[in-house]
Design a protein around this ligand. Structure first.
Ligand code: GDP
Length: 705
C-alpha cells in the first residue's frame, strides 16, 4: 500500500503530510526483531518516540494525538496481527521497498519532477509568463509543468500564458524560490540613487541662452565660442540644437546649450529634464524688453533657474541699457545696480566686448549654486539632440549629468539603446570619455531618442534590451490609450488626495492684458495660509504651443479667458494631455479654481468618542493570534470604528479599524456598556491584560474657501 503511493519515495518533497511512513518502515526494518508489542512502537517510531522510550515512558501508540499517526498505527497493527511475527513484517517491507526502488528507477529514467527539484533556483516571475518560459527558467521540461498543472486540474499548452500566482505556485512546488517582478520593476535602478556628498566634485555650469528673436542669441553663442556662424544666417531662427563647452584660460569650464530659443528649453523641462543651471537672457540694448523676453523670464522663473541678463548690442549708438534695466523691473527682474539680485552685463556679441564679464558673472552665479556631481560612477544624463545621420547612423548629443560616459558603455536613452561606438566633442574630435556637464555626441545607439529623455549606462545588453522593450511596449500602450496622463483639473483632485500639493499652478491667457491682471488679482485674493494659486504665466493673446509646453513642464492647466488656442497648440495639448479650459465669465473661472483649491485644503478631522473597553484576559489562538477578552466599561464599542490602545493612560498604539468584534462566537456590530466581548487586532500582538481600548470615529469635514 505504501509503496504503491504515487511518487512514493520522494513524496516528502512535494507532500510532507504523507512522508513519515516510508522512513519509519525503513528504520524499523533496520532494527532487529523484537517481541510483538514492542514492534508496534518501533514501527511508528520517530525521534520523539525514541526519546520517550528512552525516558521510560511507555508510549502506547493509541495515546498519540495525531490523526495521521493513528491511522498508520492502525494499519500496521493489522499487518502485525496478520503476520503475527517479525517475519511477516519483514516480507511486507521487502515487497514495498522493491516497488519503491522500481518507482525510483522509473522516475530517474524519465527525469521526473522530483529529480529536477533538487537544484533550487531563484525563478524570476513577471506579471504574466508562458509555460514554456517558466519551465525554461526552472530548467525543467515543459511537459512536467504541464503534467503538474493537469494534476491540479488545469489544462494548458506549452505556449499558454499563465498568471504570476499560478507560476509562483508551480515554481515553489518544483522546489524553487520565487522572485516576483512586475513589468515596471525593470525601470528600477535605471537611474541610481543620490550620490554621497564626499564623492561630489565641482562641475561646470550648464547655461541656456534665451531672449527675443534677433536680439543676438546666436551671435552671442558664436562669439562665446569664437566662431562666427550667424553672419551667414538668414532670418535669425537657429535650426541646430546642440551644446558646447568652453574652456577658459584659467581652466574653468562653462557648458552652453546651443538651443533655438525657448522651445527646446521648455520641451526638455516638459520631459522632466531640468538640465539648465543658469539662463542668460539676451536683451538688445536698442530694442528693450520684447514679448519673447517676457516669455523667457516666465519660463526661467517657472523652472526656478537664476537669470543673468546680457544687454547686447552695446556697440550701437542708440543703445540704452538703463531703459532695459527699468523695463526688466516690471517683470520682477531687479538688477544689482538697483539693489536686486540679478547680474546685468553689457556686451556686444558683434564687437566681442564684455564677454569676459559675462563669463565671470556666470562663474560667480555657478559658485553660488554650488554645482557638484560625482564623476566616479556610471554615467547618467539627458539627451539634448538626436538625429539619424546617413553614414554614421543615429547620432545623439547628450549631456552627462553625473558619472563618466566611456566608449564601450552600454547606454539606454528613452526607448533606444546601444553600445557607445564613439564619443565626439564639440570640436568633432574623438574623446575616450565625458564627465559631468560635458556634452558629447554619441554614436552607436539603435535609433534617435527624443530630446529631454534621460539616458543611463546599464550593466549589460540584456538589461538594456529588457528596459527598452518595456518602454517601447509602454509607448505603444500609451498611444492606444485615449487620454495620456497629463495636466487637468481632475488630476489635481487626484493629487490632492495624496495631500502633496497645497499650491495650484495655473497658466492664464486672456484677451487683453487688463483682464489677465484682473484674474491674477482675484486669484491672489483667494489665497490662504494653506493653499494658493501659483500663476506660472499670465498674458494676453491666443494660447500658443509654447504655453502648452510650459503648462506640461510645470504641471499647470491652462485657463483661457475669451481666447482660444491655436490649432497647433490644441493638438499639442491633446497629445501631451494638458487641459485647456475656456471661460467667458470671470466668476466661472474663479469658481472653478476655488473649487479645486478648496479640495486642496486638508479636510478637518473631527473625533467622536464612542466608548472604552478593558482587557480582562488575553487568549492566544492559533492562526488568529492574540484575542482580547474585554468588558465595555463606558459607552459602546463598534466594529468598523477606529481604536487606540491605552496602557496606564499612555497611548500604546493608534490602530486603524476594529475589524474583529465577537460576542461569544458570533461576529457582532456593536457591544454596549457592561457587556463582555472579544476583539482581535490585526498585526498587533502585544495586547495585555488591563489595557484599555478606546473606540472612536473620525469624521472628515470638508472645508471650503
Ligand atoms: P537671435 O535671433 O537672437 O539668435 O539673433 P542673432 O544672433 O541671429 O542676431 C540678430 C542680428 O543682430 C544679426 O544680424 C547680428 O549680426 C546682430 N547682432 C547680434 N549681436 C550684435 C551686437 O552686439 N551688435 C550689433 N550691432 N549687432 C548685433
Amino acid at each position: 500500500r505504501d509503496g504503491a503511493r504515487p511518487g512514493g519515495p520522494r513524496a516528502p518533497r512535494l507532500a510532507p503530510a504523507t512522508a513519515p511512513a516510508t522512513p519509519e518502515i525503513q528504520r524499523a526494518a533496520r532494527q532487529a526483531p523484537r517481541p510483538g508489542s514492542q514492534t508496534l512502537d518501533r514501527r511508528v517510531d520517530d525521534d520523539e518516540d525514541t526519546r520517550r522510550k528512552a525516558a521510560g515512558a511507555a508510549s502506547k501508540p493509541i495515546s498519540r494525538a495525531k490523526g495521521a499517526t493513528q491511522r498508520r498505527e492502525g494499519r500496521l497493527t493489522i499487518q502485525a496481527v496478520a503476520g503475527d511475527d517479525e517475519g511477516a513484517v519483514e516480507r511486507m517491507r521487502s515487497l514495498a521497498s522493491v516497488r519503491r526502488a522500481r518507482e525510483r528507477e522509473r522516475e530517474k529514467r524519465k527525469g521526473g519532477v522530483q529529480e529536477q527539484a533538487r537544484v533550487s533556483r531563484e525563478v524570476v516571475i513577471p506579471d504574466v509568463i508562458t509555460v514554456a518560459e517558466l519551465s525554461n527558467r526552472m530548467a525543467t521540461r515543459g511537459v512536467d509543468v504541464i503534467k503538474f498543472l493537469m494534476r491540479q486540474g488545469m489544462m494548458v499548452k506549452i505556449n499558454d500564458v499563465i498568471d504570476s500566482d499560478t507560476a509562483e505556485l508551480i515554481a515553489t512546488e518544483f522546489g524553487h524560490t520565487v522572485k516576483r517582478v512586475s513589468d515596471s520593476d525593470v525601470e528600477e535602478g535605471f537611474l541610481g540613487a543620490e550620490d554621497m556628498d564626499e564623492h561630489m566634485e565641482v562641475r561646470a555650469p550648464v547655461v541656456a541662452v534665451m531672449g527675443h528673436v534677433d536680439h543676438g542669441k546666436t551671435s552671442l553663442l558664436d562669439s562665446l565660442r569664437q566662431a562666427d556662424v550667424a553672419a551667414g544666417e538668414q532670418g535669425g531662427i537657429t535650426q541646430h540644437i546642440g551644446a558646447y563647452q568652453v574652456k577658459l584660460p584659467n581652466g574653468q569650464k562653462v557648458t552652453f546649450l546651443d538651443t533655438p530659443g525657448h522651445a527646446a528649453f521648455t520641451a526638455m523641462r516638459a520631459r522632466g529634464a531640468d538640465v539648465t543651471d543658469i539662463v542668460v537672457l539676451v536683451v538688445a540694448a536698442d530694442d528693450g524688453v520684447m514679448p519673447q523676453t517676457i516669455e523667457a523670464i516666465q519660463h526661467a522663473k517657472a523652472a526656478n533657474t537664476p537669470i543673468i541678463v546680457a544687454v547686447n548690442k552695446m556697440d550701437k549708438p542708440d543703445a540704452n541699457p538703463t531703459r532695459v534695466i527699468n523695463e526688466l523691473l516690471q517683470h520682477e527682474i531687479v538688477a544689482e545696480s538697483l539693489g536686486g539680485e540679478t547680474q546685468v552685463i553689457e556686451v556686444s556679441a558683434l564687437k566681442k566686448t564684455g564677454l569676459n564679464d559675462l563669463i565671470e558673472a556666470i562663474l560667480l552665479q555657478a559658485e553660488v549654486l554650488e554645482l557638484k556631481a560625482n564623476p566616479d560612477r556610471t554615467a547618467e544624463g539627458v539627451v539634448i539632440e538626436s538625429k539619424i545621420d546617413r553614414g554614421r547612423g543615429a547620432v545623439s548629443t547628450v549631456l552627462v549629468k553625473r558619472g563618466t560616459l566611456k566608449r564601450g558603455d552600454i547606454v539606454v536613452a528613452g526607448a533606444k539603446f546601444g553600445r557607445v561606438r564613439a564619443l565626439l566633442n564639440e570640436r568633432d574630435e574623438q574623446v575616450p570619455s565625458a564627465g559631468p556637464a560635458e556634452p558629447v555626441e554619441v554614436l552607436g545607439l539603435d535609433g534617435a531618442p527624443s530630446p529631454g529623455e534621460a539616458f543611463a549606462v546599464v550593466e549589460s545588453e540584456a538589461r538594456a534590451r529588457e528596459l527598452t522593450e518595456y518602454r517601447i511596449r509602454l509607448k505603444r500602450e500609451k498611444a492606444g490609450a485615449p487620454i495620456a496622463s497629463g495636466v487637468s483639473m481632475a488630476d489635481f483632485m487626484a493629487k490632492m488626495q495624496d495631500k502633496k500639493i497645497s499650491e495650484m499652478p495655473v497658466i492664464i491667457k486672456a484677451d487683453v492684458q487688463g483682464s489677465a491682471e484682473a484674474i491674477v488679482g482675484s486669484l491672489d485674493k483667494l489665497a490662504t495660509d494653506e493653499v494658493r494659486a501659483r500663476i506660472i504665466l499670465s498674458g494676453a493673446g491666443a494660447i500658443s504651443d509654447s504655453d502648452v509646453m510650459l503648462a506640461k513642464g510645470s504641471g499647470a492647466p491652462i485657463l483661457g479667458f475669451n481666447v482660444r488656442a491655436t490649432s497647433q497648440a490644441r493638438q499639442l495639448a491633446e497629445r501631451e494631455g494638458v487641459e485647456i479650459r475656456y471661460y467667458s465669465i470671470i466668476y466661472d473661472l474663479l469658481d472653478d479654481v476655488k473649487g479645486v483649491m478648496s479640495g486642496l485644503l486638508a479636510p478637518e478631522q473631527r473625533e467622536t468618542f464612542l466608548g472604552n473597553a478593558r482587557v480582562l484576559q488575553v487568549f492566544d489562538i492559533t492562526r488568529v493570534g492574540k484575542v482580547a477578552g474585554c468588558r465595555v466599561t463606558e459607552g459602546v464599542v463598534r466594529r468598523g470604528a477606529r481604536v487606540r490602545i491605552v496602557r496606564n493612560d499612555i497611548v500604546v498604539l493608534e490602530l486603524g479599524v476594529l475589524q474583529t468584534l465577537k460576542r461569544f462566537k458570533e461576529e457582532v456590530a456593536e457591544v454596549g456598556n457592561g457587556v463582555e466581548c472579544g476583539m482581535a487586532f490585526q498585526g498587533f500582538q502585544d495586547i495585555q491584560e488591563g489595557d484599555v481600548i478606546e473606540c472612536f470615529t473620525i469624521e472628515e469635514v470638508k472645508r471650503s474657501l
